[in-house]
Design a protein around this ligand. Structure first.
Ligand SMILES: [Zn+2]
Ligand SMILES: [Zn+2]
Length: 700
């Protein structure tokens, strides 16, 4: 039906010329030039020439993975006085950036170091790498990145690898089901001699090893053909082998395997190692004929690449032997066949509750011993958490709805707070700790304080709210009819709150209450943020600021020198205006006892700037600027009559003034008409409640 209708439409609209043009245009977007390279086939001796020139195809699975990561480059930097490396690979350069990771450099560094030592065969190549972290931390994203990276890398010339097929007497090709390295066809002694030649004079990280025996299928053909050739294996390699390039592709089940345990009673080891094909037994006559076996278990598929074990600890104990053999011995044991050599990266993940079970389970001791755990916690920096959300909620993806300033930030603040422990040291509040972790300067705090706070709470990041929960709630808010044109922090905070009633990962009422308390903490903080912003928008009047500034400095100068000030109107000399000076100084909590010092400091600062040939202006001292803004705000607040926004009785003059502020909010702070009006009204109601005395926000 559908087909008929489609073709009918084509006839109605034309002869398909336009469609063919479109197709041709689309095809140009795809790069077909590599097709021939990717499907390269050749003889065994041609292959020897390839690896003599560049032995990189011979790398082990770990070497290839490690080199792949390094191929995207890295940046070194210092954090908390420690050296850090950021591997660009984890920015998702291969994909669209959606899998980019933030704030995990320290943990990714230990992961990459494990790959590195495994690449050099220091022992970690015989371990299962277990990513461990709370639900919704980046564990599976990391594995997805590695898989994508390998797929990409094997398509590049520097990441090329090869396998082979057997040319059968009937003209058909029988590919090695495990995509084994062609050099494995060389008898062991010969192979080692050849590798020695290749490794001659190479650096340690360039050395290659090709180890292990052929798979049962290849052994079968090898024996048969060598027998037919009266032992002349050289002839067999020359006549019976077609070497071919291998491109990893998870969908095609080449080089990338994934195993996810189903329910516990329904696990079957053939999913890992393959199964007998009863149809083929009829042809080959025996279930021990390797040709009647399908080597298509995940371990087989993933040979030379990577296998992922999702929720590894849900695996049936019977399976663990397969897993242990695969990691420790690099072998698998398909039914009816001998141990079969494999070479692949085994990477698994598990969440916190499952892992605790592992620690209590004696059966799992062997597993524990052969596992390297890498913690992948939630991020603890608000700015990193915001980056995670911004991948999905940004103007290029969210069309038709504006996201008000601070919306993602406020959600992120809450998420981070749920992941922190109450600080015991230094009398910092939880909110201050959050800001310190985020790299904001707090007076009196240094890097050492931050390090001590981190040391005091090593489990931070392994509990709390997952980014997934927050992003689900932001999505809800975005599709909600209640806020048709713009979502703001209030809407999102409400969603976050409502969702807590049904959030399955909350284990008890205390926890739910704590999360709610943190929501109101964040809300208070948001009040402060927008009060500041509105105040800034109101005082973003340079001329007015300059006037207050000049007035203040004139008075301070006279005061410090014990002189008089000339009255602007009458020209009469007068005492410095103490009330004016204090009204500014009070804004930044300069007590009366400190006012002389403060004024002298300002004068000294002016003098020292003058010596350098610089002039002191209203922006020279951040603290003073803040005080001036607050003073100006106080002077203007009443004349702007923000309060009338609350009562609704706005006259024309007031409306004009409010519009100026609104325009500044839109132009300088990223608001839209809707949310600018919303926060102005909201802030007006706060001010109307008499919350006039604004303190300096040292925390900002
Ligand atoms: Zn094989
Ligand atoms: Zn808006």
């Amino acid at each position: 039906m559908t087909n008929q209708r489609l073709s009918g439409a084509t006839t109605q609209q034309g002869d398909g010329v336009v469609g063919r043009e479109v197709l041709a245009r689309l095809a140009q977007l795809d790069d077909w030039s590599q097709y021939r390279e990717h499907h390269w086939e050749g003889t065994f001796s041609q292959y020897l020439e390839i690896v003599l020139k560049d032995p990189r195809p011979l790398r082990s699975a770990f070497q290839r993975l490690y080199d792949m990561i390094l191929s995207f480059g890295a940046t070194e930097y210092t954090q908390h006085r420690q050296k850090r490396i950021h591997y660009h690979f984890f920015d998702d350069p291969v994909g669209s950036g959606e899998d980019a990771l933030f704030g995990l450099d320290l943990h990714l560094m230990s992961l990459v170091n494990i790959f590195k030592s495994a690449a050099r065969r220091y022992g970690t190549e015989r371990r299962i790498i277990l990513l461990h972290g709370p639900v919704g931390s980046a564990k599976s994203t990391i594995v997805r990145l590695l898989k994508k990276g390998l797929e990409y890398y094997t398509r590049q010339p520097e990441g090329a690898l090869y396998s082979f097929s057997w040319l059968l007497p009937d003209g058909n090709l029988a590919p090695c089901p495990l995509n084994e390295e062609p050099l494995k066809l060389l008898p062991e002694k010969v192979r080692q001699a050849f590798l020695k030649e290749i490794n001659q004079g190479k650096r340690e990280d360039e050395q290659v090893w090709v180890e292990g025996d052929l798979c049962p299928v290849c052994r079968f053909y090898f024996k048969q053909f060598v027998k037919e050739a009266s032992g002349d294996w050289e002839k067999v390699l020359a006549e019976k082998i077609r070497v071919r390039r291998v491109i990893f592709n998870e969908k095609d089940r080449v080089g990338i395997g994934t195993f996810q345990p189903k329910d516990e009673k329904n696990q079957d080891s053939t999913e890992l190692t393959g199964d007998i094909d009863y149809r083929l037994i009829a042809i080959y006559g025996s279930d021990s004929d390797p040709r009647a076996f399908r080597f298509d278990g995940e371990f087989c598929v993933a040979n030379r690449g990577l296998i992922e074990f999702i929720e590894m600890l849900k695996l049936d104990v019977a399976f663990l032997y397969d897993l242990l053999g695969a990691s420790q011995e690099h072998t698998i044991k398909p039914k009816k066949f001998a141990q079969t050599d494999i070479d692949e990266v085994i990477i698994a993940h598990t969440n916190e509750p499952e892992y605790r079970k592992l620690q209590r389970n004696e059966y799992m001791e062997a597993l524990r011993d052969r596992t390297i755990k890498v913690d992948i916690p939630y991020v603890l920096k608000v700015s990193d958490e915001v980056k995670i959300y911004s991948k999905f909620f940004n103007p290029s993806r969210v069309k038709g709805k504006h996201i008000a300033p601070h919306t993602l930030e406020v959600a992120a603040m809450w998420a981070i707070l749920t992941r922190l422990e109450d600080p015991k040291k230094f009398q910092v509040s939880l909110l201050q700790k959050m800001k310190l972790y985020d790299g904001r300067a707090l007076p009196g705090f240094t890097e050492d304080h931050i390090l001590e706070l981190r040391d005091e709470a090593p489990r931070e990041g392994m509990f709390g709210i997952s980014p997934r929960y927050v992003m689900d709630k932001i999505s809800n808010a975005l599709v909600s009819e209640e806020s048709p044109s713009c979502i703001n922090p209030f809407v999102v905070l409400k969603e976050l709150d409502d969702g807590l009633d049904h959030y399955s990962l909350i284990s008890n009422e205390d926890q739910r209450r704590r999360y709610r308390d943190l929501l109101s903490l964040v809300r208070q903080e948001y009040d402060e943020m927008i009060k500041n912003e509105v105040r800034r928008a109101i005082t973003a009047d340079e001329e007015a600021l300059k006037r207050v500034f000049q007035n203040y400095i004139e008075n301070v100068k006279a005061y410090v020198r014990g002189e008089k000030v000339r009255n602007r109107l009458t020209g009469e000399p007068e005492e410095p205006d103490e009330r004016l000076m204090r009204s500014i100084e009070e804004k930044i909590d300069i007590p009366v006892s400190r006012k002389d010092d403060f004024r002298r400091e300002i004068m000294n600062y002016i003098a020292s700037l003058a010596l350098e040939g610089k002039t002191f202006d209203y922006k020279s001292n951040e603290r003073l600027l803040r005080a001036l803004e607050l003073k100006l705000f106080e002077d203007q607040k009443d004349s702007i009559r923000l309060g009338s926004l609350v009562t609704g009785a706005v006259d024309r003059e007031t409306q004009e003034k409010i519009d100026v502020i609104k325009t500044r909010l839109i132009r300088d702070y990223g608001y839209c008409e809707t949310c600018a009006t919303d926060i102005l009204t909201y802030v007006a109601s706060i001010f109307a409640r008499g919350d006039i005395k604004e303190r300096e926000e040292s925390r900002r």
